[in-house]
Write a protein that binds this ligand. Structure first.
Ligand SMILES: Cc1cc2nc3c(=O)[nH]c(=O)nc-3n(C[C@H](O)[C@H](O)[C@H](O)COP(=O)(O)O)c2cc1C
Length: 360
């Protein structure tokens, strides 16, 4: 490896480290925007006619059956710390039969050492449904199809997520806010590869218009990843501050809460498309997950809460997961829904600004 390649690699490793420790050590959650799930009201059922221990949360998604309607959302890879986290998350995915997304894998193409920080997930989860991850900006900047294939092979992936992050690319000091030609690249990739392609946002939500444009491709699912949770404008604002880049820092402040709240995004996408939806962005408990599924999502995903739990300990990660499962089942008991397929038939009431925003 040449000196300049080594320097470039060090920069990538540092960026990946920042991507883990800034969310953990500084508060980069949404400030003045929420998921709007507080405006989704489920209706209490005092005659549920079911026993709590009969509630079945097995979830069909993309032709597979999982033990819960919850995905470990895409997070990390590319540093030794990430290897530990992905190793723990992989064990959870394997033992609990839930899907797991890996973080953006471009770094894994650079060196075999970095490759291992992703492939540890497959090592620990030989049977789990693993989702590979690449950035839309990299695709529209000419990433070759062979590299996409290598990314899939790196973790023997069951699906590929293409993340859309125009907000992050804009604020990131070394970002590449170039998205020209992205829809065509998504079309090409989804035509060419044999595993399902998932399009995901990264905290700013997907609108009905974007969902309609994506309908013209062969993608298999949309992860809305709306506003109300981790703010990538926030993460990059702090990185800009550390690099004394005042312009980017102030841009990060300005757009900290930018995006479509998660509940609004689910309702918007569902109003124009039957595509399977993954609810994500600011989900922090099982009640919120069930709300998302009642208003139109097929399953859900969490990122930051899994990171926090995984960093603490492997044991705590399982404790945390079981807590969320208990909350999902409790909500289903209280609305009288014994199975996941009952959720889309359950009644809900939208209030306040959410009701206003989705009014036809
Ligand atoms: C530490 C961290 C790293 C992330 N890295 C990626 C990534 O590499 N690729 C991606 O598609 N999304 C990434 N995300 C975004 C999440 O997958 C998710 O869409 C977003 O954080 C919203 O979920 P949350 O509010 O539960 O964190 C990352 C999130 C976190 C917290």
């Amino acid at each position: 490896m040449s000196k300049s390649e080594k320097k470039e690699l060090d920069i990538i490793i540092q960026r990946k480290k920042d991507g883990i420790y800034i969310p953990l050590k500084r508060n980069v959650q949404a400030k003045n925007v929420s998921t709007f799930l507080e405006y989704v009201n489920l209706v209490h059922n005092s005659l549920p006619e079911l026993n709590f221990d009969e509630i079945d949360i097995k979830t069909k998604f993309l032709g597979f059956e999982f033990d819960a309607p919850l995905i470990i959302d895409a997070m990390t890879g590319g540093t030794p710390e990430a290897e530990k986290i992905n190793g723990r998350l992989g064990k959870l995915a394997e033992k609990c039969n839930i899907p797991m997304g890996l973080g953006s894998q471009r770094a894994g193409l650079r060196s075999d050492i970095l490759k291992g920080t992703y492939s540890i997930a497959r090592k620990n989860a030989p049977n789990a449904f693993l989702i590979a991850n690449i950035g839309g900006a990299q695709l529209s900047n000419g990433m070759k199809f062979e590299d996409v294939a290598r990314i899939i092979e790196m973790i023997d992936a069951n699906a590929l997520a293409i993340h859309l992050n125009p907000l992050q690319e804009l604020i990131q000091p070394e970002g590449e806010p170039k998205y020209k030609g992205i829809l065509q690249r998504i079309r090409e990739i989804s035509d060419k590869i044999s595993i399902p392609v998932i399009i995901k946002e990264t905290g700013a939500g997907i609108s009905s218009d974007v969902a309609m444009r994506l309908e013209s491709t062969k993608i298999s699912a949309l992860n809305v990843s709306g506003a109300g949770g981790t703010s990538w404008a926030g993460v990059e604002k702090i990185r800009a501050e550390m690099q004394r880049n005042e312009n980017k820092e102030s841009l990060g402040d300005l757009f900290w809460d930018w995006g479509i709240p998660t509940a609004q995004s689910i309702l918007e996408v569902r109003s124009v498309s039957k595509i399977p939806i993954i609810a994500s962005g600011g989900l922090r408990n099982g009640l919120e997950i069930v709300k998302c599924m009642v208003i139109g999502a097929n399953t859900s995903a969490m990122a930051f809460p899994f990171l926090k739990a995984a960093i603490r300990s492997e044991r705590y990660l399982f404790v945390f997961f079981n807590k969320i499962i208990g909350e999902i089942k409790s909500t289903m008991f209280l609305i009288g829904a014994p199975r996941i397929s009952d959720l889309s038939k359950s009644r809900y009431i939208l209030t306040n600004e959410l009701a206003e925003r989705v009014k036809k």
